[in-house]
Write a protein that binds this ligand. Sequence first.
Ligand code: HAS
Ligand code: CU
Length: 540
Amino acid sequence: MSDQEARRFVIDHFWVAFAAFALACVLGVYQVLERSGIIPAIQSPAVYFASVSTHGVLMAYVLTTFFIMGFGYYVATTSLKMPIWNKPLAKTGYWIALGGTVMAAIPLLLGKASVLYTFYPPVQANVLFYLGATLLVVGSWFWAGIMLVMLHQWKVAHPGETVPLPMYANAANAILWLWTSVGVALEMLFQLLPWALGLMDTIDVGLARTLFAWTLHPIVYFWLIPAYIAFYVFVPAAAGGKLFSDELARVSFIMIMVFGLPIGFHHLYVDPEQAAGWKLAHGIGTFAVAIPTLLTGFTVIASLEVAGRKRGGHGLFGWIGALPWRNPMVLAAILSLLMLMLGGFGGMINASYAMNTMVHNTAWVPGHFHLIFAGTVITMYFAIAYYLWPKLTGKQLCSASLPTLQLWSWFIGMAILTTPWHVLGLLGQPRRISDVTYNTLLTLAWDPYELAMILGGCVLLASALLFVYILFQTQTKGAEEPDRAVAYAEPLHPVVKLPAMLNGFGLWNRVILVLMIVSFAVPIGQFFFMDSFSPSAWGY
Ligand code: HAS
Ligand code: CU
């Protein structure tokens, strides 16, 4: 694969991701409209749940996986300065993932897989949905494997040298993903697929939810890590400064990987199948995983301060005004950090065992994850796309001002959408309902918030379409871009010598293995040793 071909390959990944994203945004607007009940003609629980399921799968799995794979290939080839290892394998992974996406999309769009993006049994989808989702994950494993082989080859060719930070973080994400996806893979292989194929009559819902919880928490960091990579390696350079600390960045990625995996039971606080002690243990771990995000906030803001002062900013806050706010990468980072602060605060409330009962299964939860995922993470995906598009296509961005307009409108739309969502949760609105017009005193109090959310949804759709327009215009009509070299930020203090544990993953894989055994062996094992729930044990 020539350089040109490799860039084309990355663009192909990005277009799949952004096409999925644009379609999902259209569905989002339908959903806020339908739920509010202001247009009775479009009220339909069946269509609503088909739509939410498609929206969730496209955003959470298709957009993210393709974006992460494309970005990963770019980071690996440019930071290690080597071609993609085994291109036929990489292409096979791409086509398997794309084939799986199409296969899952068919039942989703036909309303035969209205199981939402968490596909919790006993609600059942058409078998094509489970097969398609499995293929998407299998395709992504090709990518993860290729990333690790490239890291290994580079280390063999450069003994004793420091792995470039972007690749170190990218490999951490590949490893995180391999560990993360095991939970859902076991659920698919031994439960959902045999059940959907009719090979099994019943399914243990408790076991399925436990296995899904294994995946559900760390997957959010799989989505988040590209945003953090941009925070560390693009933002400081774009702001005109340096990265505050390379070592702190590595420590953050390691902590996300190690602490992010064994804590999924904060999604099961109110579930009956796990004991309180295990939930508490996972709850405590959840607070530990906030530390790398706090470190990231600190390092990125410190890097921005270094840049702001270099640009002549004075006083306690003068550096903020001196930052290049019109640079899409810098603007995105600032907006993204603001949403991370608020979304992370909500996450802390969710994670607090007792307070979780106040918000669990209410509208607060989609409020939380739209703010932090659709807000923080996707805003940085936009910024990465704006930065890389000229490098990938060889064309200058079609406009200097439209990207900033798009980023601001996404931020404003997300604020208008998610603030009411949080309030509605506190007012007792359940999540995952297709209709809020019960016409009781309680639901009347929800109405103004529902209307605001329609406005938020429309602003977001306009912003999403603008994003796609900018990329399309640039690629088809942009002027020639002479500078195709990527600029990764230099650390303030050059890395002289790193301990092996900050330059590799051997130790951390062993730590993860121990933590996973400690936190999941008994909770999963119990399903095989306890027969008290089987109908035969009760004489039925
Ligand atoms: Fe979450 C539910 C806890 C982060 C996504 N989360 C979800 C679900 C999703 C999701 C999709 O404990 C729904 C799952 C479902 O469908 O059932 N979440 C957390 C915690 C964090 C967290 C503790 N979540 C994320 C991220 C996501 C994501 C990231 C996607 C990418 N979440 C939960 C819990 C639930 C949950 C429970 C279950 C709820 C339930 O009951 O169902 C942490 O990682 C958050 C750490 C972040 C912070 C913020 C630090 C602040 C910083 C900003 C500094 C900026 C400043 C401003 C000062 C502690 C770094 C700078 C300004 C300038 C001008 C420069
Ligand atoms: Cu979680």
